[in-house]
Write a protein that binds this ligand. Sequence first.
Ligand code: SF4
Length: 390
Amino acid sequence: MGEQGPEGGSKTAKKTKRAAGEKAVTERDTVSAAASGTPGKSSAGGARAGKTAAGKAPAKKAPAKKAAAKKAATTAPAKKAPAKKAAAAEGPAGRPVVAAAGRARKPAVVPERTTVDVEGTAPVKTVAGRPPREESRTALVRRARRINRELAEVYPYAHPELDFDSPFQLLVATVLSAQTTDLRVNQTTPALFAKYPTPEDLAAAVPEEVEEILRPCGFFRAKTRSVIGLSKALTEDFGGEVPGRLEDLVKLPGVGRKTAFVVLGNAFGRPGITVDTHFQRLVRRWKWTDETDPDKIEAAVGALFPKSDWTDLSHHVIWHGRRICHARKPACGACPIAPLCPAYGEGETDPDKARKLLKYEKGGFPGQRLKPPQAYLDAGGRPAPPLGAG
Ligand code: SF4
């Protein structure tokens, strides 16, 4: 479920990943290196000149006073101003509350109000307000929930972007989505499920034949081992059915918490937070948490929301990360939640330039699913093309 363009699989990382990667079809997406701002270092300077003057011998008091007065008249105001700025930019723990390093000198101007009117989709509500500089726990919870509410209006049709007709298909598709796009998986799985419709069929498959089908997904040998392995486990340990409990799902080969929550949330209706690379990047930009470990992020963000919101929240955040708040070039100037975002200005702020960065239906392009839900089509979204069709 990595971040890639709407045109499909990235060619750039494939060569470097291939050697080490065949064994590495793992549960978690790679954490985005561009995900978070580094807290700025506070200046230690400033008071040194005053301390030196105070330590002088009494016999030289008069000249020292004169010198100090002269110095104060010329330098003191210039030193006091940055000290106040630094204090205002820091939170209770001494970390910058709002801005990433560099913005203290030239702060980005967060718009009071902003709108995004994307052709072919439902109109987006105007958002007003701006995040506070020092934020209490209560304020954080309110801001986080407000962001989720706003995103629910931006993406009222948000859904899992993998095509599936059963828990088994969703489980296999989610495992296949490691290190590639959902689009590429959706273009590959129709042939796979046509030939192997059940766990029993896939468990008994000839690996080389499955490999040929899965080749477009990348890491096709390792992925073949994974899906055949988990199909065998489903057949032998769970009567050919996908279990609906987290503790059972994570016992399956190649299945971790992220995959398990995708399946639980979308095939069983059980709330779960999906901490993929987009989710990690966005919640840090929004200062919902400073954690970097996916399990800790899951716990920290889960504590901000009622459990019943978790699955939809995951969709909203991931959809926003894929369409607007990209890893390298977030489209801040076209972002409907900019007034609520501490990282506003990390990306393009010019509205016209930002609009050109939008992806999928927000940019007027097809989505990732070949068979999207009707709500997506009703909102102007378009199905993805089949493999080889463009
Ligand atoms: S696109 Fe910019 S303003 Fe919007 S959420 Fe991302 S960083 Fe914040």
